[in-house]
Design a protein around this ligand. Structure first.
Ligand SMILES: [Zn+2]
Length: 171
């Protein structure tokens, strides 16, 4: 038997999918009363602290929980755009804390968050495994390079990372 279709042509969730997906989705949330954040209590996606959620069956790919939340509550995410956290908490999936943005804005958010965490003085423009994965996860090479340079690494280093001349061990 085929797995029920989860998405309509326009990218929105089908009605049946939406009910079962929502049930499963809400069972993974921890509501944080002070910030209003909905913290993801399930598995995490990669090293950036985003929640991981599978919309479909076992074989389907893992989606980022905040993107699923946005789609469930607000609608499809336009192609090429990303979801930003206005609360600066990557684990948050509260749709009211999420907004559509560009890859560049999202990278700038990450830089700001990192500076906030480590302090401007200690901020060093060095590639990390997490950054390398995020860069290579981009659909286009130029987006990957842009994320790297937004983090402060040089264009040359970003290029090398994308071409796998460096960081070869990172899948
Ligand atoms: Zn939040």
């Amino acid at each position: 038997m085929a797995f029920p279709r989860l998405r309509n042509q326009d990218g929105t969730y089908s009605t049946e999918a939406s009910a079962s997906v929502k049930d499963r989705f809400y069972s993974n949330i921890h509501f944080e009363p002070n910030s209003g954040c909905w913290l993801w209590a399930g598995a995490l996606h990669g090293a950036f602290g985003y929640g991981a959620f599978k919309i479909g069956n076992r074989q389907s790919k893992v989606d980022k929980a905040h993107r699923v939340s946005y789609e469930l509550h607000k609608g499809p995410i336009p192609k090429g755009l990303v979801i930003r956290h206005v609360c600066d908490n990557p684990a948050c999936v509260n749709p009211n804390h999420l907004e559509i943005g560009t890859v560049k804005q999202n990278a700038q958010d990450m830089v700001r968050r990192q500076r906030h965490m480590f302090g401007e003085k200690h901020y060093q423009a060095k590639a990390t495994e997490a950054l390398v994965k995020e860069m290579r996860g981009c659909t286009s090479r130029s987006d990957g390079i842009r994320i790297g340079t937004n983090y402060g690494i040089s264009r040359q280093s970003a290029n090398d990372i994308m071409s796998k001349r460096t960081w070869k061990h990172v899948q």
